[in-house]
Design a protein around this ligand. Structure first.
Ligand code: NDP
Length: 481
């Protein structure tokens, strides 16, 4: 049994309480490691360590900071196999997905911000011959980064990379459900020569460790990715302390298919956008709206392809889907399917838990599920499910589909399939979402602003947006007369 440890002041340490939580492999349902059940005392130690590291890290020339981060990105690549296997075991996702997407993206995040910081300039505003203004952008100090379980190392690094590159010191909490790769990552930080205290990782429960980070008065900014309800709690606690917050929250993303689309591409990409990572990506399209003239044709083609998806052992190369992340989450998704049935939905395929054989018998597997016959405004079509479940709904006009698409409280991402370029622009402009993909899905350029509107979040990550977030601007005005 492996015992994970916190990473504070460059040391791997047990929690102050000496208490541990079990960490389960979702593909087998068996506990395989223990993680620190940390509390506010561990967070306090982490904050003091970050504070001590801040003066020298923030003043270190950015070329040097950049070099350390590039070394860290290289080390992730060198350890790709070990990290991908750890991610697949901890999260239940197919190993091939972790190898192709999660771990390469973690290294790309760090490399991106290692180089972005070298190109990050601030603005200057000349007032003819009266005065000249320039903006100094300084790191904030100690910042908190709290990340979820669906893309563990990918989203963990997406936050800490810009924070550290900009010269801040970080107290981070990965999800208690998937702590393993963040733990392995701390060992690479040491190897890369990241100075002690620049990154501190405290493992444990959200309401204990996450709350202690949010409540700590010396943590001046919180970057959070997770559920909308947790985001609301963080916003409420942070507000009286005037902390900066960046919240990347839930979604209920529409996938709009017009009759003039490239049909084959729309079907195959929609399979991917519905079920990648067992549907546990905040950007997955869970409501598929199809123009009525191709509804039956799309439905038949889509359902037939979904039935071909192989759910199985994450370590089997033939598996298209692995296990969902936990027993609690599996039960939540299955309950959502029951709600859909009660609301009058017809299960076109899937709808059940899969009980595997042998050592996978207690794993958390769900059949990819497609439902139709539901109203656009029922609970199933309004609330996030975050699992391998999608609904199909026909529409007759642009006006109608925009009404459906924009009807939820969320506004993260959306996808539009059409060969009419004018319509693509028109719909993209009207969709209430932070991200619109046209004739593609999950094509990511790390320079672009990333985030949602409405209850999907506050602020943007990505590119220089994240460097803006992790720095404080100060305008200096020089009189020229
Ligand atoms: P949660 O909100 O439950 O948890 C996210 C993180 O917050 C975890 O580390 C969690 O710890 C921690 N946390 C829980 N309670 C608190 C608290 N009171 N104070 C501070 N931190 C807390 O989300 P999930 O992990 O379940 O992730 C799934 C959600 O994330 C979905 O809603 C999904 O849409 C969203 N998401 C959004 C993305 C985006 O970019 N917009 C991207 C990916 C996911 P612990 O795990 O220990 O409970």
């Amino acid at each position: 049994m492996t015992f994970l440890e916190n990473y504070i002041a460059g040391e791997l340490l047990p929690p102050v309480s000496k208490a541990y939580l079990g960490n389960v492999n979702p593909s087998t349902g068996i506990e395989y490691s223990k993680i620190p059940d940390s509390d506010k005392e561990d967070v306090e130690k982490a904050v003091q360590s970050a504070k001590a590291a801040f003066p020298s890290w923030s003043k270190m020339p950015k070329e040097k900071r950049s070099r350390v981060l590039i070394k860290l990105a290289d080390l992730i690549e060198e350890n790709l196999e070990e990290l991908a296997a750890a991610e697949a075991k901890d999260n239940g996702k197919p190993l091939k997905l972790a190898t192709r997407v999660d771990i390469p993206r973690a290294s790309a995040n760090i490399r991106f911000y290692a180089t972005a910081i070298m190109h990050y300039a601030s603005e200057s505003h000349a007032m003819e011959d009266a005065a000249i203004n320039y903006t100094l952008r300084k790191p904030i100090g100690v910042v908190g980064c709290i990340s979820p379980w669906n893309l563990p190392l990918y989203l963990f690094t997406w936050k800490i990379a810009p924070a550290i590159a900009a010269g801040n010191c970080v107290v981070a909490k990965p999800s208690e459900v998937t702590p393993m790769t963040a733990y392995l990552f701390t060992k690479l930080c040491k190897q890369a020569g990241l100075p002690d205290g620049v990154l501190n990782v405290v493992h444990g429960l959200g309401p204990k460790v996450g709350a202690a980070i949010t409540e700590h008065p010396e943590i001046k900014a919180i970057s959070f990715t997770g559920g909308t309800i947790t985001g609301e709690t963080i916003a409420r606690i942070s507000a009286p302390m005037f902390k900066k917050i960046s919240l990347e929250l839930g979604g209920k993303n529409p996938n709009i298919i017009f009759a003039d689309c490239d049909f084959e591409k729309a079907v195959s990409t929609s399979i991917h956008s519905s079920f990648a990572n067992q549907g546990q990506i905040c950007l997955c399209g869970s409501r598929i709206f199809i123009e009525r003239s191709i509804y039956e044709k799309f439905k038949a083609a889509f359902v037939s392809k979904v039935k071909e998806l192989k759910v199985g052992d994450p370590f089997d190369d033939n598996s298209d889907q692995g296990a969902v992340v936990s027993e609690t989450h599996m039960n939540k998704v299955l309950a959502c399917i029951e709600t859909a049935k009660k609301e009058g939905g017809e299960i076109l395929c899937g709808g059940e838990r899969i009980v595997m054989q042998g050592n996978l018998a207690n794993g958390y597997y769900i059949q990819p599920t497609v439902i139709d016959g539901l109203a656009f405004n029922c609970q199933t079509n309004q609330e996030e499910i975050f699992g391998p479940v999608v609904t199909l709904t026909p529409f007759d006009s642009e006006e109608e589909v925009l009404k459906y698409a924009n009807s939820t409280k969320y506004g993260l991402a959306s996808t539009v399939w059409t060969s009419d370029v004018t319509r693509a622009h028109r719909i993209a402009s009207e969709l209430e979402a932070g991200i619109v993909w046209v004739n593609c899905w999950l094509v990511r350029d790390l320079r672009t602003p990333f985030g949602g509107v409405k209850n999907s979040g506050v602020g943007r990550e990505g590119g220089f947006e994240a460097l803006h977030f992790f720095t404080e601007p100060k305008n200096v005005c020089i009189n020229l007369k």
